[in-house]
Design a protein around this ligand. Structure first.
Ligand code: CA
Length: 346
């Protein structure tokens, strides 16, 4: 009797031991990654969030938090996720000026950190060995949108409405001072100049990256320039949507009243407009590749691998991986749909 009881005890103990060991080893295999997002309400960043979860959900424990556009809250969240034992941090800073504070916290805990979407300064990036950045080169999106404009103007005579061989165009700019707004607006003009392309900039106005503001600007432009307008280049698609609304309301975007429209982002809601010819095209920011790189670099650094294992591209002089933009027009809409299929988790 005693013997059987002790046997049963030892079986139970062995089972417990196995369970504890299995639990411990699987926890050790799955790194914990803290992902700090500046604002869940931001559309583009939500595609990056989905991509991180899609790519990493099975191989890591992901602790994702929303700073609701509040930098003080985000700094507290850094402390919270560190206290929960994360092995790496991915940070979409509310404000790039907070980067030194966040880097010091990561350094104190000896944690690798991958910033994304909002870039810290080069000086901050180089201040900590285990710090990297994933983003884009904003200038390129402006350059690619003006290359698309030049190609369309040369290919289709309907855009040169006054037949003077010069493109009369408008730029609807994002929020003044925002690095994307400044770089994209400058790139459009410089690309035309460098190519020796004849273009006349009728006006630049800000639409603050917002649809409603852009519609008001476009309404005023139609009143002022009317049929002189041959193309509108928008710093983002949200503003492009405002321009579409305004132009349609005034009877434009019909065979008799064409107007070339080019955006940046290639948002899902703009793709049908590219398909039916309302919009010439847009420059896709590849949220899926950004999310994939962010997760992969966190995972690699948390598990002692080379940080770039499985990552396309090279680090630049501020330890950043730049994901290339992809111009989307009628000919390659499935490329954008594929990016969103992954980014939306469909
Ligand atoms: Ca013209």
């Amino acid at each position: 009797m005693m013997k059987r009881k002790s046997l049963r005890c030892s079986v139970i103990l062995t089972l417990l031991f196995v369970l504890v060991c299995t639990g411990a080893s699987s926890a050790a295999e799955k790194p914990k990654i803290g992902v700090l997002i500046f604002d869940y309400a931001n559309n583009y960043v939500s595609y990056i969030r989905n991509s991180i979860n899609q790519v990493g959900g099975d191989s890591a424990e992901i602790l994702m938090v929303d700073a609701q556009n509040d930098q003080a809250r985000q700094v507290e969240q850094v402390d919270t996720v560190i206290s929960r034992g994360v092995d790496a941090l991915a940070v979409n800073a509310v404000s790039p000026e907070a980067a030194p504070t966040i880097i010091e916290k990561a350094r104190a805990a000896d944690l690798p950190i991958v910033f994304f979407n909002r870039s810290p300064s080069k000086e901050d990036m180089l201040s900590y060995e285990k710090c990297w950045y994933v983003g884009t080169t904003p200038y390129d999106s402006g350059r690619l949108s003006s290359e698309m404009a030049m190609a369309a103007f040369k290919a289709d005579p309907k855009y040169d409405k006054n037949r003077d061989g010069v493109l009369q165009y408008l730029i609807i700019k994002g929020t003044p001072g925002h690095p994307d707004a400044e770089a994209r607006t400058l790139a459009v003009q410089e690309t035309f100049e460098k190519a020796g392309f004849k273009a006349e900039l009728l006006d630049v106005q800000t639409g603050n990256f917002r649809t409603a503001d852009a519609k008001d600007v476009m309404d005023a432009w139609i009143g002022k320039f009317g049929d002189k307008i041959e193309m509108v280049l928008a710093n983002n698609d949200a503003m492009l949507l405002g321009c579409v609304e305004s132009l349609k309301g005034e009877g434009y975007l019909t065979p008799g009243k064409p107007c070339g429209l080019i955006g940046i982002n290639a948002l899902p809601e703009v793709l049908p407009m590219i398909e039916d010819g309302t919009v010439l095209g847009s420059i896709l920011s590849d949220a899926y590749s950004e999310g994939k790189n962010i997760f992969t670099m966190c995972f690699n650094s948390a598990t002692g691998k080379d940080v770039l294992t499985g990552v396309n591209g090279q680090l630049d002089d501020m330890k950043a991986i730049r994901v290339p933009y992809i111009p989307i027009d009628k000919g390659n809409i499935p490329t954008a749909q594929e990016v969103y299929r992954y980014a939306l988790g469909q």
